[in-house]
Design a protein around this ligand. Structure first.
Ligand code: CTP
Length: 401
């Protein structure tokens, strides 16, 4: 199962090794997870909520009876893409295996449909006890990943199996369990989406039918692969994807301003937005009477991609889109190739949008053209599938795939 998002709940049980979960939290953030901590009441004897709030950058709630109107356990359970409980005490393991839900964490676990990982840590006698081993077997049979504890020194003079595992082993087991692709980790991906609107007067604008679905799908795919994602969104009604920085703009000149701020430190730019080619020469403060509409003078907008293509560095990859109403053939492919080279882009996706196809839909088709002369034909497929293909090709261009 590949995770569709990176919202993670870190449950912390009441064991002395709870402090090690502070390091685990950091490492989970390093592989791209946005972490919300839910400590059990017992665990607060070892590590207080201030530590979890400071490290996660999020408020910490451990009480089922706070903010009841928001039904927090169901809300958290639905938002989570993965739950990791570390340390998982014998008591927590028994509760989860028996379906007991008597605090916020165990309620969230029993309501969750996402994958769950338990990281047990306890004294060897407790780990090896018949009840605990039976509970572990039951949890594993339900598809929960229970990571084997390490062997070593315990608190006091004890030695044996039951130690909190090395954090690097936890990260690697969690990553392979959840099939996390982290090939964009440490990369900034800048994406434009939607369609710009150029105001004519207080009620009218020049615009287009772009819904933003393709750009949003690329933003979500990049986030899922560990990237830092900035999405410049023009007039899309789609919801902000969690874990993505969304900058809302309306006109081409606002998009240009945001691109100027965000482009330099980005490794990949995907210009999925439909930028209006022209805007009125002047914006009328009053609604223009219909008799005067024929006199509106237009001026061309700057070509935002071309401007960035002219100042780009070698370590940046630029991806363009071209929406054409003529059916795709040699001439349109050649025109798209010329458009890509002219704008200084590395890749261009040529969309066939004739007869209203593609705009606002969840599926897309076209040809991905590369500045090396290669091209890939993409039959009708989900915009999320195309998003991953574009990111694969962009990484290939960066020399990282
Ligand atoms: N683009 C841009 N700035 C513009 C127009 C387009 O950055 N003013 C970008 C789009 O986001 C897209 C690519 O350029 O990634 C191609 O857009 P398209 O509208 O097909 O290109 P145009 O240069 O406007 O060409 P045409 O004359 O065919 O409309």
């Amino acid at each position: 199962m590949t995770l569709l998002g990176r919202e993670l709940i870190l449950g912390v049980g009441g064991g002395i090794s709870a402090y090690k979960s502070a390091d685990l939290l950091r490492r989970l953030q390093d592989v791209g997870f946005a972490v919300t901590v839910i400590p059990t009441r017992a665990s607060l004897n070892f590590v207080g909520p201030a530590t979890w709030e400071a490290l996660s950058g999020r408020p910490v709630n451990q009480n089922l009876w706070e903010n009841v109107h928001e039904v927090p356990h169901i809300k958290s359970a639905r938002q989570a893409n993965l739950i990791v409980i570390a340390p998982a005490t014998a008591d927590l393991i028994a509760k989860i295996s028996g379906g007991i839900a008597d605090d916020l964490l165990t309620n969230v676990v029993s309501a969750a449909s996402c994958p769950i990982v338990l990281v047990p840590a306890m004294h060897p006698e407790m780990w090896l006890s018949a009840a605990n081993q039976e509970n572990i077997a039951k949890l594993r049979s339900r598809g929960i990943l229970v990571i084997e504890p390490d062997e070593g020194r315990m608190t006091g003079d004890d030695f044996g199996v039951g130690r909190y595992p090395e954090v690097s082993r936890i990260i690697s087991e969690v990553s392979s369990f959840a099939e996390i692709k982290s090939d964009l980790l440490g990369k900034k991906v800048l994406i434009t989406a939607g369609g710009t609107r150029e105001a004519i007067d207080p009620v009218r604008f020049i615009g287009n039918h772009s819904s933003g679905k393709q750009g949003y799908a690329i933003a979500i795919a990049a986030r899922n692969r560990g990237a830092q994602v900035v999405l410049i969104s023009a007039n899309s009604s789609l919801q902000d994807p969690p874990g993505v920085e969304v900058i809302k703009v309306s006109s081409a000149s606002q998009m240009q301003e945001s691109l100027a701020k965000e482009f330099t430190d980005s490794q990949i730019l995907v210009m999925a937005a439909a930028v209006a080619d022209a805007r009125p020469l002047s914006l009328s403060q009053e609604k223009i009477k219909k008799g005067n509409l024929e006199n509106i003078e237009l001026q061309l907008n700057p070509d935002l991609l071309k401007e960035l293509g002219a100042i780009r560095g070698k370590n940046q990859v630029l991806v363009a889109f071209a929406a054409e109403t003529e059916s795709i053939g040699d001439a349109t492919i050649q025109a798209a190739r010329t458009k890509m080279l002219n704008k200084g882009a590395d890749l261009i996706f040529l969309n066939d949008v004739s007869n209203g196809a593609i705009f606002g839909e969840d599926k897309t088709s076209g040809i991905l053209i590369d500045n090396n002369g290669k091209s890939i034909e993409c039959k009708l497929q989900g915009k999320d599938t195309l998003a991953d293909l574009l990111l694969d090709s962009a990484l290939d261009k960066l020399g990282i795939s």
